[in-house]
Structures are given as structure tokens and as C-alpha cells.
Write a protein that binds this ligand. Sequence first.
Ligand code: DGY
Length: 325
Amino acid sequence: MPAQKLKVAITRRLPEPVETRLAELFDVTLCDSDTALPREELAARMAEVDVLIPTLGDRIDAKLLSGAGERLKLIANYGAGVDHIDVETARARGIAVSNTPGVLTEDTADMTMALILGVSRRLKEGVTLMQSGDWHGWSPMALMGNRLGGKRLGILGMGRIGQAVAKRAQAFGMSVHYHNRRRLRPEAEEEIGARWWDSLDQMLARVDILSVNAPHTPATFHLLNARRLKLMKPTAFVVNTSRGEVIDENALTRALRNGELAGAALDVFEHGASVNPRLRDLPNVLLLPHMGSATVEGRLEMGEKVLLNIKTFADGHRPPDLVVP
Ligand code: DGY
């Protein structure tokens, strides 16, 4: 398939240099809007192109794939997580799926640390106080938070991002614990100073801060449920920069409101932008609008990965970031 001939559709605005580069190389249908396409429009685009470049806001399920017709051959996702794409059905229909892993690891790990610091040092309350104009000067007991050094960080999901968080946490003097389906090699554990827990329940009972870094899969859906949240110390914090669905958001909200947890910092939510309103007004809950990977550099590198995946595929080779279900 010669690259110049490929018809490619993007489902929403991407950073301009990425769009420009795509338009230089392929016959591209761009988008005017920076919101996800309505489902019917998405379906129409899928039927007309060889390659679709969606983002995490596009739900590409079996129904949509079954209407895609014969032309679509590659879904080159602009993003690492592919839980919004039915990869199995795509594969069964001969449609390859690629993603953009690696380039957002460090940015997301930085944001995880920002949230860990933010919630344990009460940044939201400090900022709110300054914005209200009600601050009257330093006080020995005002807004005392928790020191990170000496605390136990539990990491749920020890992939690339989990490991990058572990390295940062080690530099802050925290002891790192993790739960992951597969245990790391002993050298890797040693390098990041992390202790593996086969039992998530046992780890949860011991940590001061839990960082969720596991992808959303059927196996991780609501892994942090009401029962498990109750195992945690009432002084513990929960941080999530991965996918909202890994935590039962209602159960978390109840635990926070009942004082069963000390606080939470969340960049992702179970129902996307429909954030539980009962979370918003809690002083000990820091919420961000899914900005873990939002750096200029990261978003451009994600675009480069998308380009490389499409070019490689067009040249008849396996895309470097092919997602295998
Ligand atoms: C991804 O790529 O899946 C991230 O969640 C976007 O920030």
C-alpha cells in the first residue's frame, strides 16, 4: 500500500505540527472540532478510510467495527491506552491496532508525583485559601500535611509508568511496594528498590499512599472496590493517573466522605468527564482533567509515533506499536 495513496481520518484536532506532517504524507481528512466526533460521523469516516486515528474519547466497539466495511485496515490510536477499542473484534475483522506507548511514561510519572505531593501537602486547600483572600500570615499549625520521606508507596500496576513512579518515589525517600500480575526481574526490583506483594489486599493494608498505574481491562475493572478500600489505613491517600474504571468511584467517594481515607488525587474518572459531583467539594480531594500526558513534547512525540506506525504499515511491515489482544 503506497503511503501517498493512503486515506487517513483523524477524529478530532491534534497539535498542529502533527496534523501538518500527516497531511504532507497522506490523504488526510482533518477535523475542525476539538471534541469527540458524534458516533454516526465516526462510523461514516471509518467506512471511507484505510487508516483511522482515534483518541481515547472515541468508543470503537464491535458494533462500530462491524459497520466499518472492507477498506479500514489500521486503527492508529493517538494514545497509549486502548481500552476504548475492541481490539479482539478489530483483529478478527483484519484491522490492525497500534498505540503510542513509551513517549508519555515520564510525563505521566511526573504528574503522578505532582498529585502525590499535592494531596499529601494539601495544595488544594492552600491555593483555595490564597484565592479567597482570607490568608492572614504564617501560623505554626496551619495546613500541616504529611512528609513523603519514610512513607510507604504502594503501586498498583508495575508497567512502564509504575516503574517510572517508583524511581521518583525512591528519590523522595519513600519505600516502594507494588502489586502486579507478573513480578519484575530481581535486578529490576533492586534497581527501583521495590517490594512485590502477591496479595493486593495485604499491600493495601500497609501503604500510606496508593498510586494506581494499571490499565483498564476486564481483570482490573473495580479492582479497588469498597471491600479493598476498607482495608486501607484511614490516614492513607489514593492517587490515580491511569484509568478511572480501576476504582469504584462511588465506593471511593463514600470512603472519603466517611473519613475512611485521608484524601485522593485523581486525574482520571470512571465515567470520563462526568465526575461524581460529591467528590468535587471535598477539601482533601484534588481533581485534574486527565492531563497526565499533557506536555508539548509528549503530545508531539505521540504524533510521531502515530506517523511511524502508519508509515511502517503502509510499507507492508508490522507497525512497531502493534497492539496484540
Ligand atoms: C493515554 O494515552 O492513554 C493517556 O491516558 C492519554 O493521556
